[in-house]
Write a protein that binds this ligand. Structure first.
Ligand code: NAD
Ligand code: DAU
Length: 373
């Protein structure tokens, strides 16, 4: 069972598992909120080892029924409300889905797996979380210093870090936004189910993902779309906040490795030692979109519009993912420059997807398709 499989990261995980593991039956459980879009999975929807189920993870009875009926032994849980700005406006929805929804899944898994003759043997509850639970790091090298470790993602021209510290697996939780508070709470529940009941759980905390099928409310797809349409680019604050970026397929690969080889009750951080200031990424996006659309270099730099900062805006995130490299051999496969080029090309080549998502047409279509089910 993969929850949230119609969303951005979930759709990449579903695609990877359906194609790579014909022996598994992949059940994609998704409520299809504004962020869920079955067009993300068009290429695999007819595969015999794939089933989509429209359901809310908060619906405990439904989760129990599904798990029993399908004899679910492995759960990769991605369903969540994921956008920080929305959490600032509507924290209740975040608590409901991210906290209560996760609890509902945990309790359903426990109830079903308690009835198995061989107990929890062969079962696994894998919870996908975020580096935002750790809070914000100091940005004490604003000009950047050479990175202490390099990975494929961070090599190439840009190879700097903006502070001395990194998030480690034992960094104390210190969430600031309603989104990260809800994710932190869900992480605690997952670990509590291991410590109290012995449920075989794993938690991973990943940095910012980018790539195809990301909802264009997040920085990279929103800005690609706005540059394409020559709309203003709303840069929060001074644009000097730092994020650590990872290509989404590299995250999906890490999830595959950890699901199969990770140690129960262990936490793994996933990231690329690939820190960027927002404003530097924005300039790369402008140059890339302009070049690919045959516009003059830098023509759209004047779209940059500095706006009021996000409330409680975390200054810097940076992941130390050496545990995952040392213990399970995972490394990012893609350099950031390549990943951004691929990503911009994908959004420019998939205008219909972008138009449907930004106009909300895809929601009307699925509302009609699933009405009454
Ligand atoms: P997303 O918003 O693109 O997708 C979330 C999916 O969950 C959607 O398909 C939505 O319909 C579904 N969903 C929401 N509420 C639901 C509910 N109550 N029941 C069933 N389905 C529901 O999110 P994403 O960016 O793909 O993130 C996926 C997961 O990865 C989240 O748990 C997020 O916290 C985590 N994460 C994201 C990033 C990132 O950069 N995007 C980084 C680290 C961790
Ligand atoms: O770190 C992992 C997290 O990354 C995930 O857990 C979240 O689900 C995901 O949404 C992402 O959170 P961020 O808040 O970092 O991503 P977002 O794309 O919203 O913003 C990236 C940076 O860009 C952040 O510093 C805010 C800034 N920004 C964002 C938007 C949407 C702007 O300056 N302008 C904007 O319009």
């Amino acid at each position: 069972m993969i929850t949230g499989g119609a969303g951005f990261i979930g759709s990449h995980v579903v695609r990877l598992f359906v194609n790579k593991y014909p022996q598994y039956h992949i059940l994609n459980v998704d409520k299809l909120t504004y962020a869920g879009n079955l067009a993300n999975l068009k290429d695999i929807e007819d595969k015999p080892n794939y089933t989509f189920v429209k359901a809310d993870i908060c619906d405990f009875d439904r989760m129990v029924d599904l798990m029993k009926k399908e004899n679910v032994t492995g759960i990769i849980h991605l369903a969540a409300e994921s956008h920080v700005d929305r959490s600032i406006r509507d924290p209740f929805t975040f608590a409901r889905t991210n906290v209560m929804g996760t609890l509902s899944l945990l309790q359903a898994a426990k109830l079903c797996w308690d009835e198995r003759p061989d107990g929890y043997e062969g079962c696994r509850f894998y919870h996908i979380s975020t580096d935002e639970v750790y809070g914000a790091l100091e940005l004490n090298h604003p000009e950047g210093i050479p990175a202490p470790y390099s990975t494929t993602a961070s090599s190439g021209e840009h190879h700097a870090v903006y502070g001395d510290d990194f998030f480690l697996e034992d960094t104390r939780y210190n969430p600031h936004s309603p989104y990260s508070a809800s994710k932190a709470s869900s992480d605690h529940f997952v670990r509590a189910f291991h410590d109290t009941y012995g449920l075989p759980t794993i938690v991973t905390n990943c940095s910012n993902n980018y790539g195809p099928y990301q909802f264009p409310e997040k920085l990279i797809p929103l800005f690609i779309n706005n540059i394409r349409k020559r709309k203003p680019l709303p840069v929060y604050g001074k644009g000097d906040n730092v994020r650590d970026w990872l290509y989404v397929e590299d995250h999906a690969r890490a999830i595959d490795i950890i699901f199969h080889k990770g140690e129960v009750a262990r936490t793994y951080n996933i990231g690329g030692f690939n820190e960027w200031k927002n404003i530097d990424i924005i300039k790369v996006l402008i140059n890339t979109v302009d070049r690919l659309l045959g516009r003059a270099e830098g023509e759209d730099l004047d779209l940059i519009t500095y706006v009021t900062d996000r409330a409680g805006h975390d200054k810097r995130y940076a992941i130390d993912s050496r545990r995952l490299k040392d213990e399970l051999g995972w490394e990012p496969s893609l350099q950031f420059e390549e990943g951004i080029e691929k990503t911009v090309r994908w959004y420019l080549d998939n205008e219909t997807w972008l138009e449907n998502v930004t106009s909300g047409d895809y929601l009307k279509y699925y509302d009609e398709m699933y009405r009454g089910r």
